[in-house]
Design a protein around this ligand. Structure first.
Ligand code: SAM
Length: 315
């Protein structure tokens, strides 16, 4: 069964959970097996406003939700950032997690995860943070908070996908990058997405992210919905399955942890990707299937021969 056919069912289950899967779009150019029709449907989801926004397209998760969804280490990483550090949230929606961080709403949660759990304040001033979204979903609260802080302490960038930003445009590298059902779940080209993300990550910095309804590292799970496929699938040159965790671990210069996240329907797999050296090489994946959704259904094939240089590699 396709994701579109499954959309109603997926949404019904996911609504209560704040996790999404519905028909949607992407602002990236159509590539390979990505049809213009599916791209247009995905764009309509990004452009949706008010009541027209699909219920499954959740754009306002709090920092507390991020700490529940992402690996535990995320709290320690964020709680340990100092004023000279930087956090990028890719696919930030309204940017609520960044607002919560700046307004110290969950400092106790972050402090408890650091080496000094007894302290009540985070050290010094907060790190600078950038929220990135294809569409502008800033709220009055975002504008009020940004105005009350030092100029550029928090920034909201929008209008294009991650792959089209240069490091300079974003003011340099980041110590922490997050993606909660944002670009990592929606991007058409995962190779370019990971190349760009890792080029923006500082040495020893970590990228925290999540996918829903994917074959986990242990490989014992099945697609959540009967007769449906996994939301993100990778095949090798012979059509054999490659697990997402295996592909992430095949990237050079990173240490990867993959964890199934119990208690979520559809189930999640959560990831920490720590950059340990600068010579990053991301094995190429060719997009072979893309069906609009929230998130979209995506299929990839591992490319074994060297291909043309991608846009992201030129940065
Ligand atoms: C479902 S919302 C999630 C928002 C937020 N993370 C939350 O949990 O509330 C998806 C977000 O990902 C963004 N997005 C999707 N693909 C992206 C890409 N390739 N680059 C940057 N942002 C992307 C969308 O514009 C949107 O802001």
């Amino acid at each position: 069964m396709t994701c579109l056919k499954m959309a109603g069912l997926r949404v019904a289950v996911l609504l209560a959970l704040g996790v999404s899967c519905l028909p949607v779009h992407s602002a990236e150019p159509a590539r390979g097996a990505v049809s213009a029709e599916e791209v247009a449907k995905q764009k309509a989801i990004y452009d949706s406003k008010g009541d027209a926004t699909p219920d499954g397209y959740v754009v306002g998760r709090s920092l507390l939700s991020y700490t529940y969804i992402l690996p535990d280490e995320f709290k320690r990483s964020l709680g340990s950032l100092g004023e000279k550090d930087r956090w990028l949230d890719i696919g930030a929606g309204e940017g609520r997690a960044i607002l919560d961080y700046c307004m110290a709403r969950y400092d106790a949660v972050l402090n408890a995860a650091t080496d000094q759990p007894g302290k009540t304040e985070l050290p010094g001033k907060k790190a600078k943070a950038i929220a990135m979204s294809i569409e502008d979903r800033r709220t009055p609260m975002w504008h009020q908070t940004a105005t009350s802080l030092e100029p550029n302490h928090i920034q909201y960038v929008f209008g294009k996908p991650l792959r089209q930003y240069t490091t300079d445009e974003l003011g340099g590298r980041f110590q922490v990058i997050t993606d909660v059902l944002g670009g990592f779940s929606y991007a058409q080209d995962l190779t370019i997405f990971m190349e760009k993300t890792l080029s923006l990550l500082d040495l020893n910095g970590s990228f925290y992210t999540v996918l829903q309804d994917v074959r986990t590292e242990t490989g014992t799970n099945k697609p959540f919905y009967p007769d449906a496929r996994f939301l993100t699938e990778i095949a090798d040159a012979n059509g054999g399955e490659v697990r997402m965790c295996t592909w992430l671990k095949s990237i050079s210069c990173v240490e990867v942890t993959c964890e199934p996240k119990g208690g979520w329907k559809p189930p999640l797999e959560i990831y920490r990707v720590k950059k340990v050296c600068d010579n990053v090489t991301v094995p190429r994946l060719a997009p072979v299937h893309f069906q609009a959704g929230t998130p979209p259904e995506r299929g990839y094939r591992v490319v074994t021969s060297p291909g043309p240089k991608t846009e992201a590699r030129k940065d």
